[in-house]
Design a binder for this molecule. Structure first.
Ligand SMILES: NC(=O)c1ccc[n+]([C@@H]2O[C@H](COP(=O)([O-])OP(=O)(O)OC[C@H]3O[C@@H](n4cnc5c(N)ncnc54)[C@H](O)[C@@H]3O)[C@@H](O)[C@H]2O)c1
Length: 302
């Protein structure tokens, strides 16, 4: 144990299983007090139970750490505040939040129900908002500031049968960059240092069990050290980033930005002028996600 998080209070959503559990245990091993927040649901979000959050909190306490369990649904606005309050009441501060709670309801876009869309977006995207909002409201008033760590996915770029999950994960990245800008503006006004970053993990959990193709993966425990670093004082200057973490590999994502422009000769473009000029000026960007899908489908049919 290196004591990277000594004395900090960290709340981890989805801490009852998979990556969240590994992160919660790693935080405790590094000296943090931990709110183990998990609704204890099946992969599709059904059948909630308080047992998984209780079990992980007990594991941490049995190992000599400090933890409290909270079995709330992160898609509910008041649960975000309850999670943050649990840390503040118990230990006097909230120094970091990690949003690893997640569900899947996979379906092709043209068959997806309104409930499947709403539920997945609510747990992932609104779940992040609920926790970030409550956390930043406290962190901006603490001299020591704090850290926000979101969980996105490679599926944020695009995903064939997961339009709900993909959109929510893309939203998590935009929300986290916006939180990072808010944090920067708090600091520019003389407030405390707050950072906000995303992890795009791949790990062997129940969520990745059904992926229908071979992919690079690793243990959930391999994701935890990067989260600990981002939560620690050593990681506080890292802000507005997304990192893939898979087994031994950590990679930084690029920042979306405009690449090329073309200007109309007159007041505005006509469709015909665009048709004529776009291919030889701004053009298109290579879409490696669709290229990858084409390659995998060709492999499957050969
Ligand atoms: N496992 C991977 O390869 C992978 C890949 C990309 C992204 N991710 C993301 O990483 C995060 C962790 O995934 P995982 O693989 O550990 O999943 P997991 O299914 O093993 O664990 C998710 C946990 O979230 C909890 N949860 C679900 N809905 C909740 C709610 N409404 N409120 C509170 N808790 C709730 C579940 O009870 C469960 O314990 C997720 O955000 C997931 O989308 C995982």
């Amino acid at each position: 144990m290196s004591g990277y998080l000594d004395g900090k209070s960290i709340a981890v959503t989805g801490a009852g299983g998979g990556i969240g559990r590994a992160v919660a245990r790693a935080c405790a091993a590094e000296g943090a007090n931990v709110v183990v927040a998990d609704y204890g649901v099946a992969l599709d979000g059904s059948a909630p139970s308080s047992e998984v959050a209780d079990a992980v909190a007990q594991e941490i306490c049995a190992g000599g750490g400090e933890a409290v369990a909270l079995a709330g649904d992160v898609s509910r606005f008041d649960v975000g505040a309850e999670i943050v309050e649990a840390a503040c009441e118990q230990w006097g501060s909230i120094d970091g939040v990690v949003c690893a709670a997640g569900v899947l309801r996979e379906r092709m876009l043209f068959n997806m129900s309104e409930q499947e869309w709403d539920h997945v977006v609510a747990v992932h995207l609104k779940g992040h908002f609920n926790v970030y909002r409550a956390a930043v409201a406290r962190m901006r008033k603490q001299p020591s500031g704090g850290s926000l760590v979101g969980f996105t996915s490679g599926a944020a770029i695009a995903s064939t049968a997961q339009a709900n999950y993909s959109a929510a994960k893309g939203g998590v990245m935009s929300l986290t960059r916006s939180a990072a800008m808010t944090a920067a503006s708090i600091r520019m006004r003389g407030g405390p240092a707050i950072n906000a970053n995303c992890i795009a993990p791949v790990a062997r959990t129940r969520m990745s069990e059904k992926v229908p193709f071979e992919m690079e993966t690793g243990a959930p425990e391999a994701v935890a050290p990067m989260v600990v670093f981002l939560l620690s004082d050593a990681g506080r200057e890292v802000n507005a980033q997304t990192y893939s973490v898979v087994g031994r590999r950590i990679s930084v994502w690029n920042q979306p930005q405009e690449l090329r422009s073309m200007w109309a000769a007159g007041e505005r473009w006509t469709p015909g002028e665009i048709a004529e000029q776009l291919p030889r000026t701004v053009g298109q960007e290579p879409n490696w996600v669709i290229a990858d899908l084409e390659r995998r489908m060709a492999e499957m049919s050969s």
